[in-house]
Design a protein around this ligand. Sequence first.
Ligand code: AMP
Length: 460
Amino acid sequence: MSANVFSALPLRPELQTAITTLGYREPTPVQAQTLPDLLQGRDLLAQAQTGSGKTAAFAIGLLNRLDALAYATQALVLCPTRELADQVTAEIRRLASAIPNIKILTLCGGKPMGAQLASLQRDPHIVVGTPGRILKHLDKGSLQLGTLQTLVLDEADRMLDMGFHDDIMAIIDQTSPQRQTLLFSATYPAGIKAVSAAVQSNTVEVRVDGPDTGPEIEQVFYRLEGMDRAEALYRVIGHYQPESCLVFCSTRQQCQELAEGLRQHDLHALALHGDLEQAERDQVFTQFSSRCSTLLIATDVAARGLDIKELALVVNVELSRDPEVHIHRIGRTGRAGCKGLAVSLVSAAEHGRLQAITELQGCEVELQSLPDDQAARGFKLYPPMVCFSISGGRKQKLRAGDLLGALTATAELSGTQIGKITLFDNCAYVAVEQKVARQALAILESGKIKGRRFRVRRLR
Ligand code: AMP
């Protein structure tokens, strides 16, 4: 079901007034596709990017059922960052402007508790905040969610990337089971599907078709012409100089050798294969997925289940025997609306494999000569982020919000300079932008994480 005009929707008059005042003439595609079900109280899993009008979609939904005379928290919006929480609050306020006496409160980390506790004395109708701080208020008993009607998880994929999974689940545990749950995410990794399955029921799924969805992948096939694969890989990387690159190879040994070869050229390459211990695998994968390493060299088996967003380049050092595996490999580039690039190195002995791939894809392929080695001489690729390992994790009761809070407490660093936070049982990883690495290390080592001192190590 889809609604092409706001006036066709069963909205309270104050909302129609606000929509007209804001000059929203017609619903955006996300709004048109989600509002009819959302207004009926259905749970929703929606793929939507920033700029799609997703905030107004859930804001209209939660405001439409809100009872301003009931002094209890009826809606909660969880956001990954303070900046997004502020934007969401502003949009809800604009849409609520014609409904009298609505109280909206933003609760984010990095802000003094005192003022938040005072504001919570009179139960806000709507709370917008980051998971760590919301959980803190629930633990203190300063916020109650037993009467919650609408729960929104905004930019849910980014919240999971930042390590908020456990906090989110702990928050949801304290909400009413009768609530409506709206989950918005730009991408659909396995983690999002698992959260949806755990916390939603009878869910409507909406993906907005448009030029921004459905990755487009450009494929380039290079003739090896007897060249060593390691040298050919180095040339390819030098030619494209990608920000992130996943290289597939067939054996553990080849993986290790290629990574070592690239490291000798001063490139940040990591190997991921079956010989690694689980803890080593976790670390390698965390470094790569949080953009603290540029190149990941993996076997198909080791790469299974990796969920990495926005890979600039996928390289097949050898063609796969199975054309379906080839399609699966190259499908990892060009996610979230970005155009992807997949490069394959093809030796004379692999022409049979190439033919199987072209038959499956139903298109002709032109073999090209490898780029010359001009670009590959002396180039450097610096990962945008730096990763720190911390000697404490879930078992030490460390949460993503504690790390984010510690890093942003002095206002020297902003939330946008902090990347992925990943928690394991006994350790944690946090990624920060290269340019603030020194300050971040000083803060992490100063014993300000929950007032405790953890061992902190910068990963190379
Ligand atoms: P969002 O994707 O929620 O960040 O929204 C992007 C921008 O679109 C915001 O500035 C909204 O105020 C605006 N917006 C939301 N819905 C509409 C609409 N139906 N018509 C015009 N602008 C809209």
